[in-house]
Design a protein around this ligand. Structure first.
Ligand code: SAM
Length: 362
């Protein structure tokens, strides 16, 4: 290890640390290694001097896609600042664009989420679900993978954006539907999946009540959400760091819009409040970039870096402009600072992820 690098790597004292012990999780499909400690920094990263800016195993020069042409169906959507958004008459405006660039980012994210679960598509301990619902399905990639894996199951994906492919497995179906208004299902599904709906739900208690009603007795809800904050166990983020601005402004923007981005830590309690039993939370720390010693964490860290780099401006642009009053130029500058931070492995930054499952009683 390079001697001069060592002092930077002293973890903060526990009183300053953003760590909080995860809930006592029971093993779920042998995937239950809750992580209490932060990842260990790989020695070779210091030896190899890999902390230079832009250290990545992937090509990050994606700016050319800014001018990606929009096909005719996408032109039907609403356009703001050069990006398209859904125009389905739902109760709320989703924060994220739905054009090709955004869809590519969602598909990269899907690979990342699956890697986080070591190749599994969900954590709920249900082997052969027959009727599955994926709410806020996005590009539908999760629903399609589940339909492929369980050809005997029927999988429905719903969203306010009609961006799902028309060519799908015969047992997968997509529908336009708004999850913020009443759901027309009672005792119907074996498994309900929701992933990355932070900042899109007007009332989580109502959302979980609706899911509870829609599940068959004994059915499972499976929730996956990222934490809102980007942090470091090491003293690398000053008060003016864009990650700090991110946390403060995303929290305020989401609250102003009436749909919080800070949801992960509250899922477990909310599921219990809604009447779910056997609720288990698995809280996993993911590095941003490949700075961990652990090979799996290095891989997830790289994919996290890629999906954030592609997505971070999309996550905040609409909310910062419409709900905080930022100008397009301000968002653009902030987006560039965030992308630079995401690519900077020297920050030894991390991001928590929440996987929570619960069962409707028999
Ligand atoms: C960040 S994407 C996640 C997509 C997908 N769950 C995944 O993980 O790949 C959020 C999705 O929620 C959808 N969404 C937002 N508000 C919605 C609403 N009120 N009803 C249905 N879908 C909604 C968006 O259109 C978008 O496709």
């Amino acid at each position: 290890m390079t001697p001069h690098a060592t002092p930077k790597l002293t973890p903060l004292g526990s009183s300053q640390s953003p760590r909080s012990p995860p809930a006592q999780a029971e093993p779920l499909q042998d995937l239950s290694e809750d992580q209490v400690e932060g990842p260990s920094v790989a020695d070779e990263d210091f030896d190899e001097g890999l902390f230079g800016d832009g250290d990545s195993a992937y090509d990050t020069s994606d700016d050319a896609t800014d001018s990606a042409s929009l096909n005719s169906s996408i032109m039907r959507f609403r356009e703001e600042n050069g990006r398209t958004y859904h125009s389905f008459g739902g109760s709320t405006d989703h924060w994220g664009p739905n054009d090709e660039m955004a869809q590519d980012q969602q598909d990269i994210s899907h690979h990342f989420w699956t890697l986080m679960l070591h190749g599994e598509l969900y954590l709920a301990p249900i082997k052969n679900p027959q009727v599955v619902l994926d709410v806020g399905t996005g590009t539908g990639i999760w629903a399609i993978d589940v339909a492929d894996k369980h050809p005997e199951a029927f999988v429905k994906g719903t969203d306010v954006s009609p961006i799902q492919p028309t060519w799908t497995p015969p047992n997968a179906k997509f529908e336009m539907d708004d999850f913020n208004v009443d759901w027309n299902y009672t005792d119907k599904f074996d498994l309900i999946h929701e992933r990355e709906l932070l900042g899109s739900v007007t009332s989580w208690p109502k959302f979980y009540d609706r899911a509870f009603k829609a599940l068959k007795p004994g059915g499972w809800i499976d929730c996956s959400e990222p934490g809102l904050y980007f942090e470091s166990f090491y003293d690398t983020l000053g008060p003016d760091h864009p990650y700090k601005t991110w946390g403060t402004c995303m929290l305020e923007a989401g609250n102003n819009a009436g749909m919080s981005f800070d949801v992960g830590p509250y899922i477990k309690q909310r599921l219990e409040d809604a009447g779910f039993i056997n609720v288990v939370e698995k809280k996993v720390c993911c590095t941003i970039g490949k700075w961990s010693k652990d090979m799996h964490e290095r891989e997830t860290g790289l994919w996290e870096q890629l999906r954030l780099e592609r997505g971070v401006q999309d996550f905040c642009q609409r909310r910062f402009m419409n709900n905080l009053g930022w100008s397009a130029a301000e968002v653009s500058v902030f987006g560039a600072r965030m992308r630079a931070a995401v690519k900077n492995n020297r920050l030894l930054a991390h991001h928590w992820f929440y996987f929570v499952v619960g069962q409707k009683p028999l």
